[in-house]
Design a protein around this ligand. Sequence first.
Ligand code: ADP
Ligand code: MG
Length: 718
Amino acid sequence: MPLAAKVALPIAARTAAPAAAKGGASVAQKALQKLGLQRDIDLALHLPLRYEDETRITPLANARDGQMVQIEATVTASEVQLRPRRQLLVRVEDDTGSCELRFFSFYPSHQKTLAVGARLRIRGEVKGGFWGRQMLHPAFRLAGGELPAALTPVYPTTAGLPQPYLRRAVVGALTRVDLSDTLPPGAEPPVTRIYSQNGLQRLFSLREALIFLHHPTPDVALSTLEDHSHPAWQRLKAEELLAQQLSQQQSRRERDRLRAPVLRPARADDGALPLHEQLMAVLPFDLTAAQRRVGEEIAADLARPVPMHRLLQGDVGSGKTVVAALAACLAMDAGWQCALMAPTEILAEQHFAKMIGWLEPLLAARGRRVAWLVGGQKKKERTAMLALVASGEAALVVGTHAVIQEQVQFKNLALAIIDEQHRFGVAQRLALRQKLSHQGMEPHMLMMSATPIPRTLAMSYYADLDVSVIDELPPGRTPIVTKLIADSRKDEVIARIGAQVAAGRQVYWVCPLIEESEALDLSNATATHADLSEALPGVMVGLLHSRMPTAEKKAVMALFTSGQMGVLVSTTVIEVGVDVPNASLMVIEHAERFGLSQLHQLRGRVGRGAAASACVLLYATNDSGRVGETAKERLRAMAETNDGFEIARRDLEIRGPGEFLGARQSGDALLRFADLATDTHLLEWARELAPQMLDRYPDLATRHVARWLGGKSDYLKA
Ligand code: ADP
Ligand code: MG
C-alpha cells in the first residue's frame, strides 16, 4: 500500500488553544474532564470516531442519490412553507445544477444566512436525482476560505462539548505535547512501512501516526482507518501494548524485590510427617498428574523468599480446591497462617466444610484450627473468630471478602488464596495486598480461576502473574452431553427431570439472566419454581436466589447437598464452585442470554460424579424462528466441545475481553486501541522488547509508561 507520508498539522494548529475564560468554555472544560481528557496526551490519544470529507467540492450534477457531499452554491429562492408542516425551503444552484434544502427546525439567523444571493458551502446527504435533488437539514456556512487539506475528524464527545471546540482542543494539544519517540534505537515494531517523499520505506513515528489519524489526507482508504489496519493504527497499537507489557513486567520486578516468608515443609520435632503429606494420605483419591505438577510449581514458589503471585487455572471440576488445601498445608506447617477467600458465602461455606473435613483433625493434633469469617456473622461468633485469627490459633481462615476487613488482624499471614479471582474487584485486591503486608513481609498469593483465560489474555492482562494450568480432569468422569432444545419443548425436558429424580439423581434448573433487573430475575425463578413443583408431584423442588437471607440459602443448599432435594431452581447464584457430585442434569433456560464461558461454568456443576450427565440449553424461539436460529448457532459451540479453553477462545472472539477480566481492571485500564484477537504479533513483539527495555533503557521505559498509562498503572498491579 504505497502511501505518501504527508503528515502535517492543519493550519488551525497554529491558532491558540481554546480559551478557558468564558462561561461556555468552562462547561466544555468540565465535559473534557468527564471524558478523561485532562492532559495534552489524553487529547492526542482521543481518536476520531469517523471523518468527514470537506476537502473537495462536488458539482451538483455529479452528486449521486444517497451520497454525502459538499457543494458550493448560490441561493436562488428561500421561503417558509406552513403546510403540511412549517418548514424552510431553500433553492440553491451551482454551474451544473440545483438542489432544494429543507429545514424543519430553523432560527431567524439561519434564514438570514440563507438569504437569496448568498454563496454557501453546504454539506449533507443528497436525495433524489437529476430532476429533484434535495438535502434535509444540511450543514451550511458562507462560502470562502481555503478548503481543508485533510479529512475533518468527528470525535466521540458528550453533552456540552461541541465538535469544533474538541477539534481545536485536540489540535492545540498536538502542537504542545511531547511525542518524541520512546522506542529504543533499533526496536522496530512489526508494522507496515510507509513510503516517504524520497521513496524510501520507513515507519510512522508516533507523532506522525497521531497527526495522521486526527487529520488523514483525503487519499486514505477509509476502510483501513475503520478496521484499524492502517500503518498509523498499527503503530499506536504496538505502542499501547508495549506500555502494558512494561508496566506489568515492571510491577513484577518491583514485587521480586519484596520479601516473603520461605515456606519449606519439614518433619515436625516429634517426627510427624509434614502436614501436606498427612493430607495426601487421608484423601480418598490420588492426585492427577496435572494436580501434582501444579502443586510442585506452587511449592517451588513458596520456598523462595519473594512473594508468589500465581494464577491457578483449571477447568471446572479439575480439582483446584485440593491443590489449594495442599498449598495451605505448606504455609501452616511452618507455623504461619493462610487465608482462603471465595466470592460468595455459599462457596466459602463449601470450602469451609471441605477444609474442616480434611484438615481439622490434622490441625487439632497441633493445637490449631480453621476459622470462619463472613459478612453476616453473629457478633459473638465473629468476635471469637477474630480472636482466633489474631492469636494465630487459626491456622487457616476461610471466608468471603470479610477476611480482609479492617478489624481482621492476622498474627502471621503467609499465604492468601483467592478462589474465582476474577470475581473480586481491583480495589479489593489492592486492599488485600496493602493489608496483608506487615513487618516488611508480603504474603504469597495464589489466585484460582475456572474461567480459562485464553493465551493472548494471559500474555497481556495477566503478564505480571505466573500461571499454572490443571489441564486434566480426575479420572472416571463421563463427559457431559450437551443438548440444544427449543423452549417450545420444555415439557419434554420436565419429563426427563422426573426420570432423573426417579433414578436417584439430582437436577439444577437455572433461570434466565435478566440483565439489570434482580426483581425480574426473581419473579422468573419463583414462577419456574411453582411450575416445576406442580409438574413434579412428590419431588422436593427448592428455590435459591440472591435476595434470600443467608440462613435460608444455607438451608436450601444443605437439603440439596444431602440429596433430599431432587431439583434446585436457581438464579445464577450457583454459578461458581458449587460441588454436588450426585447432580447429573443441568437445565439452563434462555441459554442465549448467557456468555459461553458462563454457560460452561454452569454446565460444570454436573458431571462431577461417575454418573452420565447432561446439560440442556433451552433457547427461546419466536414466531419467525429467526432469533432462535442465531442464538442456536452461537450455542452450538457448547454442544461441540467440553473444552473450557476452546469455549473461552470463542467467547473472546464474540464478546471481547471484558468478560474474562471481570473486575481485574477498571474500564480505564483496558486496551483502547489494540485488539488481542488480531494483534497477537504486536503483543509478542511488545512482550519480548519490554524486559530488554527495562534493563537497558529504563528512562525510555518510564517515559513510555507515563505517556500511555499516566496514573492508571497502579491498577495494573492489583
Ligand atoms: P474445581 O477445580 O472446579 O474447583 P473441585 O476442587 O471442586 O473442582 O473438585 C471437583 C471434584 O473433584 C470434587 O468433588 C473433588 O473432591 C474431586 N476431586 C478433586 N481431585 C480429584 C482427583 N484427583 N481424583 C478424584 N476426584 C477428585
Ligand atoms: Mg472451585
